[in-house]
Ligand binder design. Structure first.
Ligand SMILES: Cc1ncc(C[n+]2csc(CCOP(=O)(O)OP(=O)(O)O)c2C)c(N)n1
Length: 557
């Protein structure tokens, strides 16, 4: 078959239905296949960064690989930030560039760059195809890498002279034929040791991270929690790892998280950490949440992060679901008793305290609106199947503690990259992955304009995600640092903006503008029900910032 068809066939074998990118002359042999084969849609975006965030959003929502296909030079360099986002999220995005010709390499030819080197730090594998005949093998290597163990993005450069007009020999092989598809089980001795510690603990607490979601282990977390009275909290940006309506779920730990979850963590004498690196924005790498005497059982599919900052009592390198299943079996075998009722009562009180605190914010009636009130309205109107993508920034960050999630794979955040401009395109990718779910992106004004050009993509491809723009006419999150640590000496933090509802309308999308808090809920609902891409602008109080969590020295005394 043609080399272009081989690329498409390998992707199709993995269930890929959308490929994101901008057309370039280096890879037209691949695009040409899609003229007749409509089972894969080329989502031609307006900036490759938007395409990478879309692929990341799609991969995180479906758990399946997602693909980008871009041209050499700037087409590929524009992808880098989005691929870095997928890297910190362990999201299996396969980025393919039609590269500059092998036959001209080393001459600084048109759009020639060392793309393999460029992508190496932000991928699990970065590789160039050197012969047309090896396209299937290299793409399968890329997919094996992306989908095995801790997942993550990969980059493949297919030079134009290894692709165009080339014919390759390719046997049909299903993914099971070239990559392991069964999860890695835990070592029985490690499970026994963990069960022993759990059975003895007085105040055990489960910290659920992204590994729970990737391993489809949420239901087992809930079972373990219910059967053994084990309270749960979630890692930074991973609120959807467990159902938040569970009576033993306290809240999210970490930056912009819930103080009650932090309190539960400080009180615990044993942490069962499942699928979390205990990264900086979850733990801050210090003792503010995780006390020095606390025993830690850490379960991770990748050994790299086990005991990396906090020493562990038991480290288990294995799949989260397999481990929880084994742990349940062993706990039943040793007839372990549930955690004490004092601890369970303490945790229920912390949970109730959080719920009451958030409920109080529903009464904030200031105009311009306080961001906290926006989230109270969202809690009221969003259905449990809604997917929410949060951008970086201060106004979106209020959402970490304030949004509630019931189902796994419904919360997308920039995680430890903190990249602005993520949420809107990630939401578009999510909507393609789950077309029947309502999808909402939440942005500040600054972050939204970083990828707002993708409104045109959304309209043309009919991707009906809704974007909330919380407008404080500034780079608020950074302004907060200047306010608190630089005596309000503002430099580079004020912005001017168009009316975002009208901006959306110019692209052919729906636009809404809400100034009064009591109108927020119904407007968001109307936008979600419109079945069209829509932007809802809410002017918010420009003086409402959280105090930044930082270790930086205070400058204002
Ligand atoms: C790509 C990128 N550039 C810069 C930053 C630094 N930064 C973090 S938050 C922020 C301000 C965000 O402003 P906005 O999106 O308007 O939201 P707000 O904080 O005002 O709610 C900036 C500039 C970043 N995280 N990512």
């Amino acid at each position: 078959m043609s080399a272009g068809r081989a690329v498409i066939e390998v992707l199709k074998g993995e269930g890929v239905r959308h490929v994101f990118g901008i057309v370039g002359s280096t890879f037209l042999d691949v695009l040409d296949v899609l003229h007749d084969d409509k089972s894969v849609e080329y989502v031609n975006v307006r900036h490759e960064q938007g395409g990478a965030f879309m692929a990341d959003g799609l991969a995180r929502i479906t758990g399946m690989p997602a693909a980008c296909l871009v041209t050499s030079g700037p087409g590929a360099t524009n992808l880098v930030t989005g691929i870095a986002g997928a890297y910190v999220a362990h999201s299996p995005v396969v980025a393919i560039a039609g590269g500059s010709a092998l036959g001209l390499q080393g001459r600084d030819a048109f759009q020639e760059l060392d793309l393999v080197a460029l992508f190496r730090p932000v991928t699990k594998l970065s590789i160039q195809v050197t012969q047309p005949g090896r396209i299937p093998e290299v793409l399968r290597l890329a997919l094996r890498t992306a989908m095995t163990g801790r997942k993550g993005p990969v980059f493949v450069d297919i030079p134009r002279d290894a692709l165009n007009d080339q014919v390759v020999q390719m046997d049909a092989i299903a993914p099971e034929g070239y990559r392991p598809t069964h999860p890695a089980p835990p070592h029985p001795e490690a499970v026994t040791a963990a069960a022993r510690l759990l059975a003895r603990a007085e105040r055990p607490l489960l910290v659920a991270g992204g590994g729970v979601t990737w391993a489809a282990a949420s239901a087992l977390v809930t079972r373990l929690s219910a059967e053994y009275g084990l309270p749960t909290i979630t890692a930074y940006g991973r609120n959807d790892a467990v159902p938040n309506d569970d009576p033993l779920y306290v809240g999210p730990l970490g930056r912009a998280g819930s103080p009650e979850a932090a309190q539960a963590c400080r009180r615990a004498d044993l942490l069962l950490v499942v699928g979390s690196r205990l990264g900086q924005f979850t733990s801050f790498y210090d003792a503010r949440y995780i006390q020095p005497g606390t025993a830690i059982i850490q379960v991770d599919v990748d050994s790299r992060d086990i005991g990396r900052v906090y020493p562990v009592a038991v480290g288990i390198q294995a799949d989260a679901r397999e481990t929880l299943a084994a742990l349940l079996e062993t706990l039943a075998h040793v007839r372990a008793r549930p955690a004490g009722s004092m601890w369970q009562g303490e945790v229920r009180e912390l949970r109730a305290r959080r719920q009451a605190r958030l409920l109080g914010e529903a009464a904030l009636d200031a105009v311009p609106v306080k961001p906290q009130r926006v989230y109270a309205e969202l809690r009221r109107v969003l259905s449990p199947d809604t997917i929410v993508a949060l951008d970086a920034g201060a106004a979106p960050a209020y959402g970490y503690d304030r949004l509630h999630f019931v189902h796994p794979r419904t919360f997308l955040t920039p995680l430890d990259l903190g990249g602005l401009g993520f949420a809107f395109p990630a939401a578009l990718g999510a909507k393609l992955g789950r077309p029947n779910a309502p999808v909402l992106a939440i942005h500040g004004d600054g972050g939204f304009l970083m990828n707002a050009q993708e409104l045109e993509t959304a309209v043309r491809h009919g991707i009906a995600a809704v974007t909330l723009v919380l407008n404080n006419n500034g780079w608020g999150s950074e302004k907060a640092y200047q306010r608190h640590f630089y005596g309000a000496r503002y430099v580079g933090t004020d912005l001017g903006n168009p009316r975002f509802d009208r901006y959306a309308e110019l692209f052919g999308a729906r636009g809404y503008y809400v100034e009064r808090p009591e109108a927020i809920g119904e407007t968001v609902r109307a936008a979600l029900d419109s079945g069209q891409p829509a932007v809802v602008e809410i002017p918010i109080d420009p003086d409402e910032f959280p105090v930044p969590a930082t270790t930086a020295r205070r400058r204002d005394g």
